[in-house]
Design a protein around this ligand. Sequence first.
Ligand SMILES: [Zn+2]
Length: 147
Amino acid sequence: MTPSCGRRSELHEPLSVDERCLRLNADDGSAGTLLGMRCVECGVTVFGPATFCQSCSSPRLEQIDLATEGTLYSYTIVRVPPSGWPGPVPYVLGEVELPEGPHVLAEVIDCAHDALRVGMPMTLALRPVAMPEVPDSERVVYKWRPA
Ligand SMILES: [Zn+2]
């Protein structure tokens, strides 16, 4: 993709919904990595930002890349979404367990509700979503889909 010199181009470059949780690896926002914090003392890893270890209270944490595949640990079908939910309803909210240990909660897409099974392999899917509170803006959000 050629960089655009259009005056509004900066409005259309994909941005992560939260750079502490998701780093984008492609210019078009199609690929990215979930980020976690691993305790140097005990090895316990959490998804997203942390300032001390939930297990041993150590402040010695390092940021690591998390796997893009995991298994479905639990899920629920949401019929009453939070205010401002931009997608279709009902939708599936899935809790996926990653090999490093953290559980990551996100919408499950591309899966019929009666095909959902605890333990099924899931893979990361990134999607641009318009932010209702910010006109003419999009953020890339992370979701899960069957692997
Ligand atoms: Zn620890």
